[in-house]
Each structure stands twice: as structure tokens, then as C-alpha cells.
Design a protein around this ligand. Structure first.
Ligand SMILES: [Cu+2]
Length: 187
């Protein structure tokens, strides 16, 4: 069971890892001053499991900061700090992620990046509710048909119908045959 479960988890989790996109910050400009990173993020979708690749030289760093420090270009409370690029950061949580360069003057010159990350499991969430919904409606219908079926059972005695059907068949075929024979004899 444990193995099977693990395998299922792998099957479900693998796509996110396999298809996680790699985003090179600033494209060919890399992580430097004079680049509009708001424009760079525009139109891009960042999903949990994607990676950001910061390409920069020793005059820059990458600090992960909170929203307030992003706004004020403060690196004194940095959550994480990277130097010695290139640096690859995996986006492992949905929500807003803030990055700045702590080198004096660089953040205020535009070296600040806000990335809004969306959950990768979005499709999986809707899948669960639908499964539950169909189950609920399915139960009542099953019960309802059963009741009418019982009511209908007495009159039609399905088993006899087979015999009856044969009788009908005989009537349908036999009567005309008899009539035809009679007509032929009379004719
Ligand atoms: Cu810098």
C-alpha cells in the first residue's frame, strides 16, 4: 500500500517538477541596474515549481525581502541573500515574492523584482469537488428509479411477458396465417 501510495504521489507531483518553467530574470540583460523588471514580469505567468535564474556579476546580489522592504529598498531585514551568481531560486510558494539588490543605490535604480506566483495545483482542486458532486446526485436517482420499478413490476410480470410475447407473436403471425389459409381454402 505504501509503495502504491508513493507511486501515486510521484505521478501527481512529477508533472509540476517536470514542467516547471525557468525564467531568466531580465532575459539577456540579466540582473542589473537600468532594467525595468516590472515590464519584464508583465504578461508572464509564474507557477509554483518554476525557477528564477538571476544572472549577475560581483557588483550585485539578490536579497529576498518582504513587501515593505521591497517598497523602501531596505535590505536590513532580508529573508535570504545570495551572491556569487548566477543564482537559481525555485518558486515554491504561491503569492508575492520580492527581490532587491542590496548594493547601495541599485534598488532605487530599478533593481527590484516583484513576482506573483500562482499555485500549480489549480486543476487538481476543481477535480475533487466534481467527484463529490456527481456522487451525491447519483444516489437519489438510483433510489427514485427503484421505487417506480417496483410499482411497474407487478403489472408487467416481465417473465411472463416473454411467454406473452411469444403468444403475441403467434397471434400476429398465426392469425393471419389462419386467415390466409381460410381465404385460400374458400377461394
Ligand atoms: Cu545591484
Amino acid at each position: 500500500m505504501a509503495l502504491a501510495t508513493a507511486f501515486l504521489i510521484l505521478l501527481v507531483a512529477a508533472p509540476a517538477a517536470v514542467y516547471g518553467a525557468s525564467h531568466t530574470v531580465g532575459d539577456t540583460n540579466g540582473w542589473t541596474t537600468g532594467v525595468n523588471y516590472t515590464a519584464w514580469t508583465s504578461g508572464k505567468t509564474f507557477t509554483v515549481g518554476d525557477t528564477l535564474v538571476f544572472n549577475y556579476d560581483s557588483s550585485h546580489k539578490v536579497d529576498v525581502v518582504n513587501q515593505a522592504d521591497y517598497s523602501s529598498c531596505s535590505s536590513s531585514n532580508s529573508i535570504k541573500s545570495y551572491d556569487n551568481g548566477p543564482t537559481t531560486i525555485t518558486l515554491d510558494t504561491a503569492g508575492s515574492n520580492y527581490y532587491i539588490c542590496p548594493t547601495p543605490g541599485h534598488c532605487t535604480n530599478g533593481m527590484k523584482l516583484l513576482v506573483n506566483v500562482v499555485a500549480a495545483g489549480t486543476p487538481a482542486t476543481p477535480t475533487t469537488p466534481p467527484t463529490t458532486s456527481p456522487t451525491t446526485p447519483a444516489t437519489p436517482p438510483t433510489t427514485t428509479p427503484t421505487t417506480p420499478a417496483n410499482n411497474g413490476s407487478p403489472p408487467p410480470p416481465p417473465p411472463p411477458p416473454n411467454g406473452a410475447a411469444r403468444s403475441s407473436y403467434m397471434n400476429l403471425v398465426g392469425v393471419p396465417l389462419v386467415l390466409a389459409t381460410l381465404i385460400a381454402l374458400m377461394g
